[in-house]
Design a protein around this ligand. Structure first.
Ligand SMILES: Cc1ncc(COP(=O)(O)O)c(C=O)c1O
Length: 467
């Protein structure tokens, strides 16, 4: 080793990390968790405002999921699902997901996570068009701010430019459109006839928590129908309840051709993903037309029996405890709690109010002075754990078992951390003076508040819940 290099203090190469900084300043080692909280090795308790990485929907420490996994492991931990092989949990989970899916006649292709699901979908849509005699349809359209995981396919689809950089030539058949302008998609579809699919997060997550503008999803869905382009809803974050209904596709009545899921399918207790495929897209692969089609695709752990058993136990909890309905009622609480933060000079926008999803965005000046990192450190000191997104925005996406009091704690800790990081409450000109922000964090936002417009957008586009 070069004697000038500092000693390596860990052998764990962390994802999305500056390892020189981590090695120099150390790691936060978490040891246990219960409900919406986690505890580190020093015994410090944190409110988990990110639900891990947007996945721990049912909260930490659920013995029921552990027991379901242990029971399956004792019986038969895993077996290949290649060819005609199956295990009972994989079959049961596929039936259940097909019945829940936001499109008719769904078939279920199981993966090990979101990036696997994205990769599977990119290959699937291209193979679909090959099977139906349109092999030139290979282009994939994606949106600015999009995050579709970190396999090579997902990296190619990234709408966060930094995530694509420095990896050589990526998939050239990817076209990017503006995340909030259906006209941008229309221009591409009018011009080209080689588009296989449009990949779309109903609410953009890791790219910054952006809910769709009013009418946007209806328009892009209609455009895809008109041009016979497949609509792939990436619901890795929004699926299984995070937007207050089982799938974002239901909330915006999308009837997608393909839905990508992971995270909330097991609440992260074990890795698992699922691609829900409509009958139309499945048809060329499932119907014998005289020349057999074998799709040479799949993963060692596709349909992993223990992961499927954990998913079934997780979905039991979600249903039994009415957690999706709970998200629907808490989304406004979160929106109202975060809204007052927009009064700070360092905050450019607060986005919240659709499901348990929120982001506090900083001005470029505040980002330039390192404010996001100081706020994250301040939150940790105050016992709230979360992270920054690509732009520096603070992610707020607690588990579905979070209480209203917990949400108030997150908002109060954010406000205190902003102040101690140097943010200043701006002049009254930025906020409706009729509604001073000093009151209850859970109070109603005033009509003059410029932040948290999601509620209106939601009601503009929403169908009634389907239960
Ligand atoms: C919308 C979306 N798609 C795909 C992925 C990739 O999932 P994974 O990290 O499980 O591979 C993520 C992860 O956050 C995501 O948010």
């Amino acid at each position: 080793m070069d004697p000038a290099s500092p000693a390596v203090t860990t052998r764990l190469w962390h994802p999305f990390a500056d390892m020189a900084a981590v090695s120099a300043s150390g790691e936060l080692v978490l040891e246990s968790g219960e409900g919406a909280y986690v505890v580190d090795e020093e015994g410090r308790r944190y409110l988990d405002a990110a639900a891990g990485l947007w996945y721990c929907n049912v909260g930490h420490g659920r013995r029921e999921i552990a027991e379901a996994a242990a029971a399956q492991m004792t019986r038969l931990a895993a077996y290949s699902a290649f060819g005609d092989l199956a295990t009972r949990p994989a079959l049961d989970l596929s039936e259940r997901l097909s019945a829940m899916a936001p499109m008719p006649d769904a078939r279920v292709f199981l993966t090990s996570g979101g990036s696997d699901s994205v990769d599977t979908a990119v290959k699937l849509v291209r193979r679909y068009w090959t099977e139906v005699g349109r092999p030139e349809r290979t282009a994939i359209v994606t949106r600015t701010h999009a995050y579709h995981g970190m396999h090579l396919a997902g990296t190619s689809l990234a709408g966060i430019a930094a995530n694509r950089l420095g990896h050589g030539d990526l998939d050239a058949a990817v076209v990017q459109v503006d995340w909030d302008d259906s006209g941008s998609l229309e221009a591409v579809l009018d011009e080209r006839d080689d588009v296989a699919a449009f990949f779309c997060e109903p609410v953009i997550g890791a790219g910054g928590v952006y809910a769709p503008p009013p009418g946007y999803l209806r328009e892009v869905r209609e455009l895809c129908r008109r041009h016979d382009v497949l609509f792939v809803a990436d619901e890795v974050i929004t699926g299984y309840g995070r937007v207050g209904i089982m799938f974002g596709s239901e909330r915006w009545n999308l009837r997608p051709d393909v839905v990508l899921t992971a995270k909330g399918i097991t609440s992260g207790y074990v890795p698992l993903g699922a691609v829900l495929v409509s009958g139309r897209v499945a048809e060329p692969f499932w119907v014998d037309r005289g020349s057999p089609v074998m799709w040479r695709h799949g993963y060692t752990y596709s349909a992993h029996a223990t992961a499927c058993a954990a998913a079934l136990a997780n979905l039991d909890i979600v249903e039994r405890e009415g957690l999706v309905e709970r998200v629907a009622s808490l989304q406004h609480v979160l929106g109202r709690a975060l809204a007052p933060l927009s009064a700070y000079d360092a905050v450019s926008e607060v986005r919240a109010g659709v499901g348990l999803l929120g982001a506090v965005e900083f001005t470029p000046d505040a980002v330039g002075t390192g404010m996001p990192a100081r706020v994250i450190a301040g939150l940790r000191e105050r016992g709230v754990l979360t992270r920054t997104l690509a732009s520096g925005a603070i992610q707020v996406s607690p588990s579905f078992v979070v209480s209203e009091a917990d949400i108030a704690v997150i908002a109060a800790a954010l406000e205190e951390s902003l102040r101690s990081a140097g943010a200043v409450r701006a002049s009254a000109a930025r906020v409706d003076p009729a509604a001073p922000l000093g009151g209850s964090l859970l109070g109603n936002p005033s009509p003059g508040e410029r932040a948290v417009a999601f509620d209106d957008r939601y009601y503009a586009d929403q169908r009634p819940p389907h239960h």
